[in-house]
Structure formats: C-alpha cells, structure tokens
Design a protein around this ligand. Structure first.
Ligand SMILES: Cc1cn([C@H]2C[C@H](O)[C@@H](COP(=O)(O)OP(=O)(O)OP(=O)(O)O)O2)c(=O)[nH]c1=O
Length: 207
C-alpha cells in the first residue's frame, strides 16, 4: 500500500515555513539548498525568480535521491526577487547593498516576483510565477538610516521585509501580500491540492 504523501520544503527561510503553517501545512522535512543566486547578465527579475526556484528544486532532488523514506514526497521550492524596472535587486547581505536598495525603492513602484516549483514523486515539476506591485513612500534620510540600523534588511530580497518595519513604507500593493513575504499562499495551496496533498484534512485536526 502506498504511504502517506509527504512534503519536503526545500528552504531555509523561516518565513516560508510560517506561511505554510498558516494554511495548516506542516512539511515532513526542511531541506535548505545552496545554489549560486547571482543573476546572469541582463537577466530580467521574473526570469531570475523562475530559474532559481527551478535550480533549488533540482538541488533538492539531488540531495533526496538516496533517502528511501522520502521517495514518495512532494518537494516545494521558491525564490523571491525584487525588481526595479529591468534591474534585479540583490538579497541584501551587506549594509551598503541594503542602502542602495532603499535609495532605489524610495518614492516609486517596484515588483516582487516569486517563482514556485512543486515536484511530484515521478519527477514532474509544476511551476508558477507570481507578481506583486508595491509602491513605497519617499523614504526620508531618517527612514533610511533607522531602517538600516534595525538590521531587518539582512537576507531579504530587495533589502526589506514588508512583514516588519518596512510595512510602514508601503503606500499601495497590487497582488498577493504573501508573495512579497516569500511564498504566495493561493498558488502554493492550488499546486499542493493539485497533487493530492490533503490540506483540508489538516484543517479538521484539533477540532
Ligand atoms: C521582499 C521580501 C523578501 N523577504 C524574504 C523572503 C526570502 O526569505 C528572502 C528572499 O530570498 P530567497 O533566495 O527567495 O530565499 P532564502 O534564501 O531566504 O531561502 P531559501 O532559498 O532557502 O528558500 O527575502 C521577506 O521576508 N519579506 C519581504 O518583504
């Protein structure tokens, strides 16, 4: 008899895990991948998000191939990229990068893309690309300096986290909020249900 369908979240992002938990999904395994996330020359933000989500899926599958107990597992990966026009902003690791991002984001609209890949046990990859438009207020010198001092930008695409202090910078958002945080929940839920993952069953637990 086939075992219960398992889920591997191939991510080291605590935000992605929290977002999945929010819809009652608890992955059987967390598996951070490590890939080169540098954009190619002239690569558009949307293409970068798609490519990196796919490369994370491939890296996770290679790590899983010797794990018999996860042979029957779905594997979920995502990558979030902030784009200003045709330019990909970095996932800020240094304060100078974050400062450059804030200057570019100040007083204008940008787009946040998340590429999502769900791989089924037979190796089939189902992919989504989700886009949200975000408009920031003009950031004063104090906004920028205080935000940099907060450290909240660290490890975040585009050097900000909308779920934290930077929520106060957002004038307008068009599209999915959870997409900006790192995992668009409508699309994730649709992909998981499409592969037969029993999301609603989990909602009944505890009642
Ligand atoms: C724009 C934005 C990004 N982010 C985060 C989500 C992601 O963790 C990160 C983008 O980097 P990613 O490379 O997408 O993800 P990651 O390296 O953190 O995790 P993994 O590859 O292991 O799945 O930025 C926020 O938390 N809030 C935001 O508002």
């Amino acid at each position: 008899m086939p075992g219960r369908l398992k889920l591997v979240l191939a991510s080291g992002s605590p935000r992605r895990l929290q977002l999945l938990n929010q819809i009652g999904v608890e992955p059987d395994r967390l598996m951070p991948t490590s890939i080169d996330e540098a954009p190619k020359r002239h690569e558009l933000p949307r293409n970068l998000a798609k490519r990196l989500a796919r490369e994370k899926a491939e890296a996770a599958l290679a790590m899983l191939k010797d794990e018999a107990e996860l042979a029957n597992a779905l594997v979920l990966t995502a990558d979030t990229v902030v784009g200003v026009g045709r330019r990909c902003l970095p996932k800020a690791e240094r304060i100078e990068e974050a400062a450059t991002c804030l200057r570019l984001l100040s007083g204008r609209s940008h787009r946040v893309y998340t590429g999502l890949v769900l791989t089924s046990p037979d190796g089939q990859m189902r992919q989504r690309l989700v886009e949200t438009r975000v408009r920031f207020k003009r950031l004063s010198r104090e906004d920028q300096e205080s935000y940099l001092a907060s450290g909240e930008w660290r490890g975040k695409a585009g050097g900000y986290a909308v779920q934290g202090l930077a929520g106060g910078f957002v004038i307008k958002m068009v599209g999915s909020y959870t997409n900006v945080v790192g995992l668009p929940l409508y699309e994730a839920m649709t992909l998981l249900l499409g592969e037969g993952y029993p999301i609603h069953f989990n909602w009944l637990k505890g009642n």
